[in-house]
Design a binder for this molecule. Sequence first.
Ligand SMILES: Nc1ncnc2c1ncn2[C@@H]1O[C@H](COP(=O)(O)OP(=O)(O)OP(=O)(O)O)[C@@H](O)[C@H]1O
Ligand SMILES: [Mg+2]
Length: 403
Amino acid sequence: MLSTGLNLPEELQGYHTLVPLEGSGAGVERRKLGNWYSTVYRAIRSSDGMPYALRRIENYRLTRQAAFAAIEVWSRIEHPAIITVKEAFTTRSFNDNSLVVVHVYHADAETLFEKHIKAKPPTVQTHFGGRSSQVLHANLPTLLPERTLWSYVVQIASAIKKVHDVGQAVRMIDASKILVTGKNRVRISSCGIVDVLMHDMHQDMGHLQQEDLTMFGRLIFALCCNNVAASSAPHFQKSMEFMGRNYSPDVKNAALFLISKSGPHRSIDQLLNIIQGKVLAEMDEALHATDRLEHELLSELENARLVRLLCKFGFINERPEFAREPRWSETGDRYIIKLFRDYVFHQVDENNNPVINLAHVLACLNKLDVGTDEKIMLVARDEQSCLVVSYKDIKLCVESAFK
Ligand SMILES: Nc1ncnc2c1ncn2[C@@H]1O[C@H](COP(=O)(O)OP(=O)(O)OP(=O)(O)O)[C@@H](O)[C@H]1O
Ligand SMILES: [Mg+2]
């Protein structure tokens, strides 16, 4: 069953409403993932109504069910810098044999490639006072700040450590397969896919983990030099010079350690030793960020308290339909609440103009919420009567009226 237009299945193994997250068709340059073309879709899972990212590998024929064993292992790996793998299945719903691997969906994600490496389209700039009023200006990618680079490196290193520690290899560490969400948060996407695609190759895990480190080193080169081929032979010398000029020697050391083929076995632990200063800096930053968030949340908590109080007022005040009911009479508790409402919101100045003073409102509501002993004088609108009551008394009135 194919929906018209995009030619996508309406329903796919419990997922619906497929939307491609990347262009396809004529005019779109497509890169292959190994030997295969792939497309990522956002789709809703019927069982929980949540969005997921489905990567479809075109024209893939599953030979043995055992190829899915790695998906099981991956689905148990949870790490803040790894996009969790949910499941994988084959399907004929796209009118071919496709493999689909489902990952957790992260809204507003951008790949590292799109964000930092891809040349941006030229923009039109207007020059005032110059000869030409419009100049086409190619946006050269800007240099990635070293602090951001280290933040990425530490997050990715931590993810690789997690994966290697459970005896797996990431197998795809590439600028186009790492997503940036929010401020400087990176996550490795597409885990598990290569394991299924290359299942028949029976590669040695130790070797694959070494490959991870090499790919990680290449990624650092690519990010520093805005070029995915920065560490390959024809560019290598130039890239080294460029990094030497623009980054601290620590960056070059880490990247060289990762891509070096000679010497004893490299391990992610060795890298973490080399960059331990940066790891601590990242942790400090993360703690600061949590403190800031907690601070922000506290004031939101305050707001929530006041909103609840205001809602109670909304329920209680002005219910003329109950005017004759003794429990709502203008002489009892409810009257105090009404006068208090006037005191908070409806004060007027000597010219009878409304006083709009938010600070007064907030102070009153906060005192009411706490129920302080402070006394205030409430005056009737006709100024014929007045009452002296404490916030504590008013709080009790509000509570009983609401109940
Ligand atoms: N788990 C996910 N959550 C949200 N968006 C995702 C997810 N995975 C991928 N995307 C988005 O889907 C788009 C396509 O991803 P993809 O990995 O195919 O990148 P690409 O640039 O097309 O690389 P390639 O050329 O190798 O296909 C990207 O813009 C990416 O941000
Ligand atoms: Mg793609």
